[in-house]
Structure formats: structure tokens, C-alpha cells
Design a protein around this ligand. Structure first.
Ligand SMILES: Cc1cc2nc3c(=O)[nH]c(=O)nc-3n(C[C@H](O)[C@H](O)[C@H](O)COP(=O)(O)O)c2cc1C
Length: 326
């Protein structure tokens, strides 16, 4: 407990519980954010949203930004390759949606994004990163702009601390560091020493990210890096209860086993929210991958997962869930 940070301020936002739900494309839509929030996430983020799509007012893109007041504080994450486009996109996001903060993605390693110069490609060109960041910071003076980045393009070019110092000077209000390189993708361990190094070199909050999946990891992350908050990605997949577990630990309360009944109930709610957001066909399809995560590692889970993955529509999925529960 000794090393757990309890609060965090990012610009004008007070965050009472410094544990963040990571932005995850195809995952952290309205449905999953609401569920993570109900289980205690201190702040949630949208999936990364294309700045080009935003300025073209692409309907699908703008829909990805919609959120409810219940989700606040919320960050909308944008990515793009040009200062002008990012500036205009940030302005649209602020004026149309008024999120609590705008986060810039300098971490996405996917070639489809980086080959156009967006996402973690900026780590190869810190001048472009500075120009983009400056443009975004100036375009939304009323809300904090934060950055989420990787450590560098490859092991020969680690730039997180150098970039962090520059970003702070420009007016970025917090930095989340996932200390892997672009080339590394998700291989080997995240190098938490780089989070420590960044924290020692900037005064704005540093959010540690990468490979945190237990209370022990949280203890180690705070101890190793002295970071101000922790962002959780993959460990929250099918496991929004992780946020409750952290809260209980901080309050000296015993951890609670999650009953199968509760697991099914949360699945049902998740499914309903997905269908409400995306319609029956897409919502039901999206839910298949979540089922895999909710029931990973459970006895008889693989038979159940297979059954759920094969169902054809919403009502069949609902029937399976409610029949198993009783
Ligand atoms: C399915 C998936 C989608 C992701 N999408 C995004 C994204 O849209 N924006 C972003 O900054 N990072 C994205 N990430 C990276 C995560 O936010 C996080 O940095 C990474 O998973 C490391 O944290 P973890 O070890 O807690 O999962 C994604 C990760 C996953 C697994």
C-alpha cells in the first residue's frame, strides 16, 4: 500500500483514483467504458480516432467520439500526421463534444497508421511531434492536452525522455509512457526504467503503462518508477473488476471473488450496451471477442466460448447467457 498514489491532477482535472482505462481500438467504445467506469476506473479514454476522419466529419468517426456524462472524466484520443489537420480536429472535438481532455497518440505501431506518418511514426521525427503538439495545445486552450507515447521507434533510438522534456515545454499536461519501441510491438517486457527516467526529468504527471496485471505489478510499478498514475490495458479485457480490486486493496478491504452469476450479468449488460450503440448485427459481432476475454481460463470455458462465438444473433446470445446463469 505504501507506494500507491491516491490522487492526480491533470491541468484543471482532478482525478480521485489514478488508475486509467487505456485507449484500445475496437474495445474501449461507449459500452466498455461505461462498464469500466462502473467498476471504478478513475478516467477512461476513447479508442484512437482519426484526425482526418474528424475534419471530414465522417459519420462513423464522429460516432466514436460520443460519450455520456457518466463516463467523465474522459479523454478523447486523436491521431494524425499533420499539425494543421490535428489542430482542426482537436478544435472540432472540443467544440462539438467538450471532453475533459484531448490525448495525442504517439504510440500506435500499426504500419497502416505509421506509414502515413501518424501514431508512433512521430517518434522518428521529434520536430514534427513538436509541431503537431503545439498546434493541438494552441487550438484547445480550455482543456488539457496529454500525450501517450512509446519509448522510441527502435532500440537504437529511444527518445521518451527527450520527447517528454520538449512536450512539457509546449504545454502538454501529462504523459503516458508505454515503454516499448514501435519495432518491438508487444514482444518482451516493457522497460519500466524509462518511465522512471521520464518522471525524473519532467514536472508534469507521468502515467506508467505496460504489463500491469496484478496488485503486485502496481506495487512494483509505483516503486520502480515513482509514476503518478497507472494505465491499464489488456488486464482489463474481460476483467473490469480489476479496478474494484485495486480500490479494495487501497482501502484495506478483502478482495472479492467474482461469481459466475456476476460475470454473466456483466456480459449481458455489455452485450446490451453494444447493441444499443452499434445495432444488433455489429453489437452482437463485437461481443464475441469480449466473451473470449470474460471466460478465459475458466473451467468448461472453452465449450462455452465456442457456443457463444457461434451464435447467430442477439436473442440466441441472450438465451445462452440467461440459461447458464440459472
Ligand atoms: C486491442 C488493443 C487496442 C489498442 N488500441 C490503442 C489505441 O487506440 N490507442 C493507444 O494509444 N493505444 C492502444 N493500445 C495500447 C494500449 O493502450 C496499451 O498502451 C498497451 O496495451 C500496453 O498496456 P497493457 O500492458 O496494460 O495492455 C491498444 C492495445 C490493445 C491490446
Amino acid at each position: 500500500m505504501t507506494h500507491f498514489k491516491k490522487k492526480l491532477q491533470i491541468g484543471n482535472i482532478n482525478i480521485d483514483f489514478p488508475f486509467f482505462l487505456a485507449p484500445m481500438a475496437g474495445v474501449t467504445d461507449y459500452a466498455f467504458r461505461v462498464i469500466a467506469k462502473e467498476f471504478g476506473a478513475g478516467i477512461v479514454y476513447s479508442e484512437f480516432v482519426s484526425a482526418h476522419g474528424i475534419i471530414r466529419k465522417n459519420e462513423k468517426t464522429l460516432k466514436m467520439i460520443q460519450f455520456s456524462d457518466f463516463e467523465r472524466p474522459i479523454g478523447i484520443q486523436i491521431f494524425g500526421d499533420s499539425p494543421e489537420v490535428m489542430r482542426d480536429a482537436a478544435k472540432v472535438v472540443y467544440e462539438k463534444f467538450k471532453p475533459n481532455l484531448i490525448d495525442i497518440n504517439y504510440g500506435c505501431p500499426v504500419p497502416k497508421v505509421t506509414k502515413k506518418g501518424a501514431g508512433s511514426a512521430a517518434l522518428k521525427d521529434l520536430c514534427l511531434m513538436e509541431d503537431i503538439t503545439q498546434a493541438v495545445v494552441e487550438s484547445v486552450p480550455k482543456i488539457p492536452v496529454t500525450v501517450k507515447m512509446r519509448a522510441g521507434w527502435n532500440a537504437e533510438k529511444i527518445v521518451s525522455t527527450e520527447a517528454g522534456i520538449k512536450l512539457e515545454k509546449i504545454g502538454v499536461k501529462a504523459i503516458t509512457l508505454h515503454p516499448r519501441t514501435t519495432v518491438q510491438m508487444y514482444k518482451s517486457k516493457a522497460n519500466w526504467d524509462l518511465i522512471k527516467e521520464l518522471k525524473e526529468n519532467v514536472d508534469i504527471p507521468v502515467i506508467g503503462n505496460g504489463d500491469v496485471s496484478s496488485i503486485d505489478d502496481i506495487k512494483k510499478m509505483f516503486k520502480t518508477t515513482n509514476c503518478d498514475g497507472i494505465m491499464i490495458g489488456r488486464a482489463a479485457l474481460g476483467n473490469p473488476w480489476f479496478f474494484t480490486e485495486i480500490k479494495k486493496y487501497m482501502n484495506n478491504e478483502d478482495p472479492k471473488d467474482i461469481s459466475m452469476k456476476e460475470r454473466f450479468e456483466v456480459c449481458q449488460k455489455h452485450l446490451d450496451l453494444l447493441v444499443q450503440t452499434h445495432g444488433e448485427v455489429i453489437g452482437t459481432n463485437n461481443m464475441r471477442k469480449h466473451f473470449g476475454w470474460y471466460f478465459k481460463g475458466f473451467k468448461d470455458a472453452s465449450a462455452l466460448r465456442k457456443k457463444l462465438v457461434l451464435v447467430k444473433n442477439y436473442s440466441e446470445m441472450k438465451d445462452i447467457l440467461s440459461n447458464i446463469r440459472h
